[in-house]
Design a binder for this molecule. Structure first.
Ligand code: HEC
Ligand code: HEC
Length: 300
């Protein structure tokens, strides 16, 4: 009897170890991404990539402190969890991403994983970019690799001692759990707008409230947030009730609000580098997505 009890306990321990190991593997092993994807040097891929980088607002974080036109990095991003520095994403071999392949871009942008298997901090909005199509990510990579390499070393992230890259495995897991499945739209323009808003344009990063761990509260998407001292307005259906699609289109182009005010702060940067530079169709798509509950759009 005693013999049997021990072996049962042993079996239980083995089973528990297997479960823990598989959780650990799922957490820490890099996810599998398409290994057949290739970066391209074709003009078409590079042009598509350039457009996506504009719509993705990459320059807002990855520009230099002095060199605001290129992706040399170094800008300090202050957050409640420390100061993060957007890296140099020009193809410089020493200080940039000169050796990156398509797979590295897929792992970084869609999964927040470094080429070495470690984790990025979510100051890099990879959870928004996770919804990008593989083709869009690869074209973004093709464009970045076509740029002139510029040497610029960027400081390491300054985080409190309890916060390190490996802790992000647990953070990602918790963020996965609090994610919600969004409805699909039968209107192509609205669907495109959703892709631009939720994924490429990462509007949620500023406009959706977060919990104490900095995880976005997907159930209150676009319900407004605070960033340090700043209050960021809600842009959900209730907040956009008075806005027509035309109003929002004009705001995303010029920063002019229906009440005659102009956008300030970080939104200015988003408009200058991102929404004023995307195509008219894409701006209309964003406007259609955010004002889709608004009956007055039908009157347009
Ligand atoms: C809100 C700021 C922000 C935006 C917007 C942003 N990034 Fe980043 N990015 C970061 C930060 C911060 C890191 C580094 C995170 C870390 O240290 O873990 C990073 C890391 C990266 C890396 C990894 C580089 C390396 O050397 O490991 C790549 C590649 C990258 N970003 C590309 C992009 C692209 C492409 C876009 C636009 C589609 C973009 N980023 C938009 C902040 C941003
Ligand atoms: C980096 C942070 C950031 C990002 C990303 C961002 N916004 Fe904003 N947004 C702000 C801030 C800050 C304000 C308040 C600006 C002000 O004080 O005038 C704002 C204001 C707005 C307003 C005006 C709301 C009102 O009632 O006056 C709209 C509309 C808006 N943003 C839409 C968007 C859309 C659409 C996107 C994605 C394409 C986006 N924002 C991405 C920071 C951001």
């Amino acid at each position: 009897m005693a013999q049997l009890a021990i072996s049962k306990a042993r079996l239980f321990l083995i089973a528990a170890a297997v479960v823990l190991l598989s959780i650990a593997l799922r957490l820490f092993l890099p996810p599998s991404v398409s290994s057949s994807a290739q970066l391209s040097t074709s003009d078409e891929a590079i042009e598509r990539g350039e457009y996506l980088v504009i719509a993705g607002g990459c320059i807002s974080c990855h520009r230099g402190e002095e060199d605001e036109e290129s992706f040399v990095g170094g800008l300090a991003l202050e957050t409640d969890f420390g100061t993060f520095f957007a890296p140099n994403i020009t193809p410089d071999m020493e200080t940039g991403i000169g050796s990156w392949q398509a797979e590295d871009f897929l792992l970084a942008l869609k999964h927040g994983r470094t080429p070495g298997g470690s984790f990025y901090y979510p100051a890099f909005p990879f959870r928004a970019y996770a919804g990008l199509s593989d083709q869009d990510v690869v074209d973004i990579g093709s464009y970045l690799m076509s740029l002139d390499p510029i040497a610029n070393s960027v400081p390491a992230a300054q985080t409190p001692p309890w916060l390190n890259r490996w802790a992000m495995a647990g953070w990602n897991l918790m963020a996965d759990i609090s994610e919600v499945e969004y409805e699909a739209f039968d209107d192509d323009l609205v669907e495109r707008g959703a892709y631009l808003a939720r994924n490429l344009g990462h509007c949620s990063e500023c406009h959706t409230p977060r919990n104490s761990l900095g995880i976005l509260d997907a159930r209150r998407e676009f319900a407004g947030a605070t960033l340090g001292e700043d209050v960021i307005e809600a842009i959900d259906a209730a907040a956009m009730e008075e806005w027509t699609a035309f109003d929002l289109d004009l705001f995303l182009l010029l920063g002019l609000k229906p009440d005659g005010d102009f956008a300030g702060g970080d939104m200015n940067d988003v408009i200058e580098h991102n929404t004023s530079k995307i195509s008219d169709e894409d701006r209309a798509a964003l406007a259609a997505f955010f004002t889709r509950h608004n009956a007055s759009n039908d009157a347009q």
